[in-house]
Design a binder for this molecule. Structure first.
Ligand SMILES: [Zn+2]
Length: 307
């Protein structure tokens, strides 16, 4: 390489580094923290738990927002352009992400937290699988392990801390799983019938041996069109199976669920009891963390179906 060219390249690299540093106005005290962008509330919570004080997490999708319908903002593009690492949930949940990463000019590592998770089949062959992987705590353990690997490789200086945080959080996930098993053991098998707002709980249904009767939106996506026939079919299924309730979700409007419940003469579980299907609760609420949200879901389901 020509010496002059080389010097120019070094100079522009220094310039770029300077620009990148200026791009972090809020991070003056965070020179040693790793800037991580996480897509969903769930993976952001995982990154906060595994990263601890050594990461600064920007969460793209806010609590209570439907991830299937998400459209990225200029602020999201800016956050990704300033990140050292991007963490996604995966399995096609973030259909907007590749394009956004391109727009941001981000060329750093992207952690796909679904790597290694045994996938359920999706709605049809156009999808990679059911994206709602986090509802089985065993899958969540694989996700946080993927995240820990990503953090350690992007920031080897704090690898020991990430490994310690992973071990502590994995123990909490085991605890959650054992609590769920114990809770469902108290519910007679015949009462374990789940009707939800959309088809988001397949991994949970499989793990705790529930029966999925159907969902108001008969899809793992939330943009599916509802037909009158499908709604009639669901009412008939609820009556035939003796399912006791329809569970609405925090990130979806409950209107259609209310109408179906009236026709099928079952109760609607909503409001503060709505399940965390695709999101977590607002900051400060018990559902603001993955562990709190999943605990809430099991408590609500067992109490509604057991009563
Ligand atoms: Zn969903």
């Amino acid at each position: 390489m020509h010496a002059g060219t080389k010097r120019k390249i070094i100079l522009s690299a220094a310039l770029l580094l300077g620009l990148a540093a200026c791009g972090h106005p809020a991070n003056s005290a965070a020179a040693t923290t790793l800037a991580v962008v996480a897509t969903t509330p769930q993976v952001a919570d995982f990154v906060r738990n595994i990263g601890g004080a050594d990461v600064a997490v920007t969460q793209i999708i806010k609590a209570g927002v439907d991830p299937h319908e998400y459209e990225p903002t200029p602020a999201d593009i800016r956050a990704i352009s300033q990140a050292k690492l991007v963490v996604k949930s995966g399995v096609g949940l973030e259909r907007w992400l590749d394009q956004t990463i391109q727009s941001a000019g981000f060329s750093g590592p992207v952690v796909d937290s679904s790597l290694g998770v045994p996938l359920r089949k999706g709605d049809d062959e156009t999808t990679d699988g059911d994206p709602h992987i986090w509802h089985n705590p065993r899958n969540a353990k694989i996700m946080v392990t993927d995240i820990e690997k990503g953090l350690a490789s992007a920031d080897p200086g704090h690898a020991d801390a990430y490994a310690r945080n992973l071990a502590a959080y994995a123990a909490q996930l085991d605890h959650l799983d054992a609590d769920n098993v114990a809770a469902f053991a108290r519910l007679p098998a015949d009462d374990r019938k789940l009707v939800t707002n959309h088809d988001a709980f397949g991994y949970y249904v499989d793990r705790y041996h529930l029966q999925f009767v159907g969902s108001v939106i008969p899809s793992m996506d939330t943009s599916a069109e509802l037909s009158a026939k499908q709604l009639d079919d669901l009412v008939a299924k609820i009556k035939a199976t003796g399912a006791k309730a329809i569970f609405t979700e925090s990130s979806l409007p409950p209107k259609t669920a209310d109408a179906i419940a009236r026709q099928a003469a079952v109760k609607v579980i909503g409001g503060d009891d709505a399940l965390y299907g695709d999101s977590l609760g607002p900051a400060g609420s018990p559902g603001a963390t993955y562990l709190g949200a999943e605990e809430h879901n099991t408590q609500v389901i067992v109490s509604a179906l057991g009563g």
